[in-house]
Design a protein around this ligand. Structure first.
Ligand SMILES: [Zn+2]
Length: 182
């Protein structure tokens, strides 16, 4: 790959991440963790982790921006210490990996699609928790799908994230293996 850039110009890099989790069945009550926060009285998401698709999408976008794989690459079965880890912990570790790969984080933006929980009153709290985890600005917004699809039927939550990073040192990104995560 060759890019013809002016001397000393550093191009930022964008990344994207998507994550989806289903709500656990009604007969299997689970705590809801979303956007790094616990939501009392809300049915939680299923999955091997806490199902925090906001934090997961943010972490995936960071890896994407650096071109170093995805969640499965970094938190797969060869890193059992992260099995069942919270979304906030995964995001913090993702930010550490990104910096170790020679990048600094500009910002991360996440939007999730769901009928509930009602996010507005806790938006700033969520952004604070996630920004502290990443040690970089993380913004979170919420929307609905107008009753359409699995989010409209209340079957699950989807989240999409973008991230902007920029290289601060020359380093070789690790190999991308790629694997689904739970
Ligand atoms: Zn996930």
């Amino acid at each position: 790959m060759s890019q013809h850039l002016p001397a000393n110009m550093v191009l930022p890099r964008t990344g994207i991440g998507i994550d989806v989790h289903a709500f656990a069945p009604a007969e299997d009550p689970q705590p809801l963790w979303l956007g790094g926060l616990f939501w009392a009285g809300e049915q939680g998401l299923s999955g091997h982790s806490d199902g925090d698709c906001v934090a997961h999408a943010a972490a995936d976008a960071l890896f994407s921006a650096c071109g170093i794989g995805d969640l499965g690459t970094h938190f797969g079965t060869d890193r059992p210490e992260f099995a069942g880890a919270s979304g906030v912990k995964l995001l913090g570790e993702a930010a550490r990996i990104v910096r170790a790969a020679g990048f600094e984080i500009g910002n991360v933006a996440v939007q999730f699609v769901a009928n509930r929980p009602k996010f507005g009153p806790r938006r700033e709290e969520s952004q604070r928790v996630l920004s502290e985890a990443a040690n970089a600005p993380v913004s979170v917004s919420a929307t609905t799908s107008d009753g359409l699809g699995f989010t409209g039927r209340g079957e699950g939550i989807s989240a999409v994230a973008t991230a902007l990073v920029y290289p601060v040192t020359v380093s070789e990104p690790g190999p991308a293996k790629g694997a689904p995560h739970g």
